[in-house]
Ligand binder design. Structure first.
Ligand SMILES: *Cc1c(COP(=O)(O)O)cnc(C)c1O
Length: 482
C-alpha cells in the first residue's frame, strides 16, 4: 500500500509555522493556476515513520546480510564514509561558488585523483564520469579523439572479448566504434591467435579487464599489450572491480593506456538501485590532453579547475562529478592506507578461494585454475540432472535470507553463478553460505518443486523482470491502485 492509499482526510503529521509573508495578489495567467488543491497524503507522524520503516525493512542490503554478487563488489560500506560526506563543509558548498572559496573540496578531489593515479599506474585522471559505463564511454571517446588527432581515420573497430561485461560493447558502440567480439580460449582467457587474426590498422582499441570476468588472471597480458600496441591500437582497462589487485599490481604497469574505476565498488561507496556512482577515468600522459574538462590542478598557491584543454573531448557531466561519492572513496583510502588496501585485496582473493573450495564440493567450478576475487560456478550438469535451473537456485537462496550471486553472466558459461564474497565477510558467513547452497542443491534433487517455486518467504515472489526493465512504472496513479 502506498502512502497515498493510507491517507485519511484531515489527519495531520506536521504543522507549518505561520507565514510571516504578506499575501499579495499576483496576476498569474489563470490557466497556470491549480484548479484544486494538491492531493498530498494526510497521515500522522507515527503513520509516516512506520510506513517508511516497514518499507526499508523489506529491502535487502549489504547492511542486512551477505551479498555475493559477482562483478558488483558489494563490500561493506564503512559508516564513517557517510559521516564525512555529510559534513557541513562539504554539503553546504555549491559548484557555482568561485573556486577560490572551495579550496577544501578541490584539494580533496586533487588528492583523490593523485591516489587513484598511484593505485592504477596512470598519469592523469578525471573524476567526472558518474558510473562505470559512463567512464567506459569517456575512455572510448578519448581513444577516438587520439586516433583522429593523428589523422589516423581508418580505426573504426573496438575489440571486446566475449567474456566482457555487457557495458563494454555498448560503450564502444555509443562512441561510434564497430564492435568485434574476440572468442576466449577453453580456459576463458584471451586467445592470442584469435587476437592476432583480428588486429589490423583498422583496430582502435582492445577493451579488457584483468582479472577477467571469470575471476581469472590473464597471464599473457604483457604479450597482449605488446601485440595491441605494435598494431597501433590502444589498450583499455575495465577497472570497475579492482578488488583483487589494489596495492598488488597496476594496470599502468601491464601496458594499459586508459582505465576506468568504479568508486562505488572497489572504494566502498554504496551502490545498487541506480544510486549515485563514480567512474573516474585515468590515462597515460600522452592521452591527458583529451580528458574531459575541467581537470583539477594545483599551482604554488592553490587548487583550480583547468578548462584550457583545446583537445578535450568536452564535458561528460555537469560540474565535478558525484562529489559525495568522491568524499566517501577518499575517506576509505585514507582510512585504509597503502597497507590496508593491499590487505583488502589479499583478503578478497583469500575469501574467494576459500568459498570456491567449499563450493567445489557441491557444484562444478567453471575453471580449474585458482581464482582472484571472484569465481564462476558451472551449473549445466546440475541442471541436466535435476531439471532445476540456476535461476531457481538463486531464488531459493532468498528464502534463507541470503542475496543471490550474479547468474547467467559471464555469457560464455551457461547456467552459471558468479560469486564474489569480498574481503569484508568472515569465515563463518562464507561457511553458512556454502551450507545453505548445499541444502538447496539437496532440495533440488529430492524436492525440486520447492526450489522451482521459490522464493516463498520474501515480500514479493517471482517478478516479471523483463517488463520491470522494459516498461517500468515510476509513478503512482490513483487509477492503477489496487
Ligand atoms: C559494474 C561493472 C561495470 C559497469 O559499472 P556501472 O557503474 O554499473 O555502470 C563495468 N564493468 C564491470 C566489469 C563491472 O563489474
Amino acid at each position: 500500500m502506498t502512502v497515498f492509499e493510507k491517507s485519511v482526510a484531515g489527519r495531520i503529521g506536521f504543522r507549518l509555522p505561520d507565514s510571516q509573508i504578506e499575501e499579495k495578489n499576483f496576476d498569474f495567467a489563470t490557466h497556470l493556476l491549480r484548479k484544486k488543491s494538491l492531493e498530498l497524503p494526510e497521515l500522522s507522524e507515527p503513520d509516516v515513520v512506520r510506513h517508511y520503516t516497514n518499507l526499508a525493512s523489506k529491502n535487502y542490503s549489504v547492511d542486512k546480510g551477505f551479498y555475493p554478487l559477482g562483478s558488483c563488489t558489494m563490500k561493506y560500506n564503512p559508516k564513517i564514509n557517510e559521516y564525512v560526506a555529510s559534513m557541513k563543509g562539504f554539503t553546504d558548498i555549491h559548484p557555482y561558488q568561485p573556486w577560490e572559496f572551495t579550496q577544501g573540496a578541490l584539494s580533496l578531489m586533487y588528492e583523490l585523483k593523485e591516489y587513484l593515479c598511484k593505485i592504477t599506474g596512470m598519469d592523469e585522471m578525471s573524476l567526472q564520469p558518474a558510473a562505470g559505463a559512463h567512464g567506459e564511454l569517456t575512455g572510448m571517446l578519448i581513444a577516438r579523439a587520439y586516433h583522429l588527432s593523428r589523422g589516423d581515420l581508418k580505426r573504426h573497430i573496438a575489440l571486446v572479448p566475449d567474456s566482457a561485461h555487457g557495458t563494454n560493447p555498448a560503450s564502444a558502440a555509443m562512441a561510434g566504434f564497430d564492435v568485434v567480439e574476440l572468442k576466449s580460449t577453453q580456459d576463458g582467457l584471451v586467445d592470442l591467435a584469435e587476437l592476432e587474426r583480428h588486429l589490423s590498422d583498422e583496430v582502435a582499441v582492445l577493451m579488457l579487464t584483468n582479472p577477467n570476468t571469470l575471476g581469472l588472471f590473464e597471464k599473457d597480458i604483457m604479450k597482449i599489450s605488446q601485440m595491441v600496441h605494435s598494431a597501433g591500437a590502444l589498450l583499455y582497462y575495465d577497472g570497475a572491480n579492482l578488488n583483487a589487485i589494489m596495492g598488488k599490481f597496476r594496470p599502468g604497469d601491464m601496458g594499459f593506456d586508459i582505465v576506468h574505476l568504479n568508486l562505488h565498488k572497489t572504494f566502498s561507496a554504496p551502490h545498487g538501485m541506480g544510486g549515485p556512482g563514480s567512474g573516474p577515468v585515468g590515462v597515460k600522459a600522452f592521452l591527458a590532453e583529451f580528458l574531459p574538462i575541467p581537470i583539477i590542478r594545483k599551482d604554488a598557491e592553490r587548487y583550480y579547475p583547468d578548462f584550457g584543454l583545446p583537445n578535450s573531448i568536452g564535458r561528460m557531466r555537469s560540474f565535478y562529478g558525484n562529489f559525495s561519492v568522491l568524499v566517501k572513496a577518499y575517506t576509505y583510502i585514507l582510512m585504509m592506507g597503502k597497507d590496508g588496501l593491499t590487505h583488502a585485496s589479499e583478503m578478497a582473493v583469500l575469501n574467494a578461494n576459500y568459498l570456491r573450495a567449499l563450493i567445489s564440493k557441491i557444484l562444478k567450478i567453471a575453471s580449474p585454475r585458482r581464482c582472484m576475487h571472484e569465481f564462476v560456478v558451472d551449473g549445466s550438469q546440475f541442471v541436466k540432472e535435476t531439471g532445476v535451473k540456476i535461476l531457481d537456485v538463486a531464488k531459493r537462496l532468498l528464502d534463507y535470507e541470503l542475496h543471490a550471486p550474479t547468474v547467467y553472466f559471464p555469457l560464455i558459461v551457461h547456467e552459471d553463478m558468479m560469486i564474489e564474497p569480498t574481503e569484508t565477510e568472515n569465515k563463518e558467513t562464507l561457511e553458512r553460505f556454502a551450507r545453505v547452497l548445499e541444502k538447496v542443491v539437496e532440495e533440488a534433487r529430492h524436492n525440486p518443486e520447492i526450489v522451482k517455486g521459490a522464493p516463498h518467504r520474501t515480500p514479493v515472489k517471482r517478478l516479471d523482470d523483463v517488463n520491470a526493465t522494459k516498461k517500468p512504472i515510476y509513478r503512482w496513479k490513483k487509477e492503477n491502485s489496487l
